[in-house]
Design a protein around this ligand. Structure first.
Ligand code: DOR
Ligand code: ZN
Ligand code: ZN
Length: 436
């Protein structure tokens, strides 16, 4: 057998242990994992001594903006951030301007992402005011439906039981998960940080979760809870886990940062759901790795301009970039012994693939898509100014981390090598990512 590329003599994780192997790639796929000396002939070889060879991250929750918000991010800068962060597949949220409520908007996003992509890009759609107006022609090109009860994409919608049941029915008929942001609508605008935190409280998160779980009984649809931020919500999910149709994600910032770490003078750490207490963070990390209440990690990469983030807290935009911090921050947990390799590979790679229903991704083994990141164990500091994302303000600024993604391979093509881009946009990666 002759192959296109051999990643030679790197460290891979096999049965939870580090072993030295070579990984062969042929025609977009992993052709096999080989002992040293038994690698097949290859057109090209990369010396991976001193590097980890890992499956690329699958980030099921990102906002790549573009369309009318390309000052915040576009598909080129966003997927460059992904590749540089070791993320080989992203799924783009529908709360763009305009939102994904029609086939036309989805097609515009796909067309732009196709020409600007550096990684695989999948999409979610929202649900119009009348659920029966949902354009089912979007279904083959989306990986899920996403709803925001606190800030509906379709104006004038209220998330009462009828509406939520309609959403579940659509998800069921389309055989896609229903994803939701667990929060409730505010009665009025907050006038202080305390009011902001009270509106977007853990109680509101729990109430929203219960509302969705109670409305779920009628249909066999899957529910995915986005960015769980409170210990109580994780506990409530665990109690309902008997249902295989319930999944959940957590972000690195909700696990590893706490509200009290920041002054809140400006919007640097402003995000929805808000950062919580160190206790919540610890419980969330525990729910991910010990209790299995939460299935996976997602960044909720939510870029805004510096001006929008540097405004006084109440006026500032919520969200910050995450594509270039997830891998370094989470692998640091592995290198410092707080997370096992098996958990890392599950929560960052294989579980996101199974939530999306894309069985060919998320594992470093023969027959899987060749979406791979090479990582060096190295101490460095996160600096927003070095991001490829247009958004440079991060609450992880200055944090010491122990892992650096140095090269990224997408669909068997080397995209990012020795910390630089070696091909142009639009040449590799699937857009849209589809279920088989
Ligand atoms: O902080 C947030 N920013 N939370 C969300 O749910 C949306 C996101 C955004 O799109 O900016
Ligand atoms: Zn959200
Ligand atoms: Zn989000």
């Amino acid at each position: 057998m002759s192959v296109d590329l051999v990643l030679r003599e790197g460290t891979i994780i096999q049965d939870g242990s580090e072993v030295i192997r070579s990984v062969a790639i042929k025609a977009n796929k992993i052709a096999g994992v080989f002992q040293l000396g038994s690698e097949p002939e290859a057109k090209e070889t990369i010396d991976c001594r001193g590097l980890y060879i890992l499956p690329g991250l699958i980030d099921i929750h990102v906002h790549l903006r573009d369309l009318e918000q390309s000052s915040k991010e576009d598909y080129e800068s966003g997927t460059m951030a992904a590749a540089a962060g070791g993320v080989t597949t992203v799924v783009d949220m529908p709360n763009s301007v305009p939102p994904v409520l029609t086939r036309q908007v989805l097609e515009d996003k796909i067309e732009r992402a196709l020409s600007k992509r550096f990684v695989n890009v999948g999409f979610y759609a929202g649900i119009p005011k009348k659920a029966e107006d949902f354009d089912v022609r979007m279904l083959p090109d989306i990986l899920g439906l996403k709803v925001y009860p606190h800030a509906p994409l379709a104006k004038g919608v209220k998330y009462n039981r009828n509406r939520i049941e309609d959403c579940f029915r659509l998800a069921d008929e389309g055989n896609v998960p229903l994803l939701f942001h667990p929060d409730l609508p505010a009665k009025e605008e907050p006038s202080s940080l305390e009011e902001f935190l009270q509106i977007h409280s853990c109680e509101a998160e729990a109430k929203a979760l219960n509302l969705f779980l109670d409305s779920k009984v009628k249909y066999e649809s899957r529910l995915h809870v986005c960015h769980v931020s409170c210990a109580g919500t994780a506990r409530a999910i665990l109690e309902r886990r008997a249902e295989a149709t319930l999944t959940a994600e957590v972000t690195p910032h909700h696990m590893f940062l706490a509200s009290g770490d920041f002054s809140h003078e400006d919007g640097t750490a402003k995000v929805l759901p808000p950062l919580r207490s160190p206790y919540d963070g610890q419980k969330l990390a525990g729910s991910l790795c010990l209790m299995c209440a939460i299935d996976c990690i997602a960044s909720d990469h939510a870029p805004h301009t510096s001006v929008e983030k540097q405004a006084p807290f109440l006026e500032a935009s919520s969200g910050f970039p995450g594509l270039e911090t997830t891998l370094p921050v989470v692998l640091t947990e592995v290198f410092e012994g707080r997370m096992s390799w098996v958990d890392y590979l599950r929560v960052c790679c294989s579980a996101p693939a199974s939530i999306l229903g894309i069985p060919n991704k998320g594992v470093l083994a023969k027959g899987y898509d060749a979406d791979i990141v090479l990582v060096r164990r190295e101490k460095w500091k996160i600096r927003g100014r070095d991001f490829h994302s247009k958004a440079k303000i991060t609450p992880f600024e200055g944090r010491d981390v122990l892992a650096r993604p140095v090269s990224t391979i997408v669909g068997g093509e080397i995209v990012f090598r020795d910390s630089g881009f070696v091909i142009g946009p639009g040449l590799t990666g699937r857009v849209p990512v589809r279920r088989p």
